[in-house]
Design a binder for this molecule. Structure first.
Ligand code: ZN
Length: 342
């Protein structure tokens, strides 16, 4: 039986487009064509989302921000900041992207299977008050707050493996002890958005519920497996979430043009197996990934991996781990020693 039963997608996502920008409609074409070629597209339900309502947006974003984006798009769009564009239709499409994340989460709850929202624009850089980093609204955060309001779910875990730190998602839940945000990303000293360090552990009651794993440029699949094997299980079992989000990015791949890591296709099979074993059904939310061939291959790899889960966790016998990676793990264990038992 398929463990991922639904893909949430709308053709309208392609209308938010700028052909000269790396975050363009070709990304979705690449994913969809590869799923069709492999026969996966016909095996799963393709679900068309509803737009998130203004109320849904306002649980996460300020009214000023929502109004600003609406007027900006009505005025013809353009660049919101130096790397984030909007078209005249982007306000409506961004609501549809947030609605896709809501739909995925509802399917997970109702059908007890995983669901994957392949929406654009992405969301994890969008803060409560600002669009940035190709993101207009924070799709995942809007979905989470919808679940919290509608279904009274208490504890949420978000694992974000996009190569960039999801500063927006982190900031929105920074003081919230019921949302554990874990992000593994390229060291922000060397990559956008410039924050996401180990010492950023959450604030107030949220202390200990924001875990950043900043990986050195050049980090490999083995480095990632080593550090995640040491962190994910102890932390997730202690937190014991009621609902799991997997924030998915393919831009840490060695062939991605925007980053400097050396992840291989195998990483995406590893991580889906690892998180599937930890979480069971989960809502997958698409963020980045800018090499079209990587998007094609690794989405197939990830979805196939989820539907052919191995009984035991994927553990590689001999990992070739860098000293830098071992040092990062040590620092994380030190900083979080009073919160988790590693
Ligand atoms: Zn990214």
């Amino acid at each position: 039986m398929l463990k991922l039963t639904s893909l949430i997608y709308s053709e309208k996502y392609k209308r938010h487009n700028n052909a000269t920008h790396p975050e363009n409609q070709d990304r979705l074409n690449a994913i969809i064509n590869s799923l069709k070629n492999k026969g996966i597209w016909n095996e799963i339900d393709i679900v068309s989302p509803q737009k998130a309502t203004e109320n849904d947006l306002l649980r996460v974003h300020s009214r000023e921000h929502v109004e600003y984006i609406k007027k900006f798009c009505e005025g013809g769009g353009g660049y919101i900041d130096y790397d984030t564009y909007a078209t005249p239709e982007s306000y409506e499409i961004a609501k549809l992207a947030a609605g896709g994340a809501i739909e995925a989460a509802e399917i997970v709850l109702n059908e007890k299977t995983s669901a994957y929202s392949i929406a654009r624009p992405p969301g994890h850089h969008a803060t409560g008050t600002k669009s940035m980093g190709f993101c207009i609204f924070n799709n995942l955060a809007i979905s989470l707050e919808y679940l919290r309001k509608t279904f009274k779910i208490k504890k949420f875990l978000i694992f974000d493996f996009d190569v960039h730190f999801g500063n927006g998602t982190s900031e929105i839940f920074y003081s919230d002890p019921d949302v554990l945000y874990i992000s593994i990303h390229q060291n922000p000293k060397t990559l956008y958005p410039g924050d996401g360090f180990i010492e950023e552990i959450g604030a107030g009651k949220g202390e200990g519920f924001n875990i950043n794993i900043p990986m050195a440029p050049g980090s490999t699949t083995d480095d990632y497996i080593y550090i995640l094997e040491n962190i994910l299980s102890p932390v997730t079992s202690k937190f014991n979430a009621d609902f799991y989000f997997l924030d998915v990015g393919f831009d840490g791949h060695v062939d991605d043009p925007l980053s400097n890591l050396k992840l291989t296709d195998d990483f995406y099979e590893y991580i889906i197996n690892k998180m599937g074993n930890i979480a069971g059904p989960m809502a997958l939310i698409l963020e980045g990934g800018y090499n079209l061939n990587v998007l094609s291959r690794c989405n197939v790899k990830m979805i196939s991996g989820l539907n052919n889960m191995k009984e035991d966790d994927y553990i590689k016998e001999e990992l070739n781990v860098s000293d830098e990676c071992r040092n990062i793990l040590k620092q994380i264990k030190d900083v979080f020693s009073s919160f988790y038992e590693f």
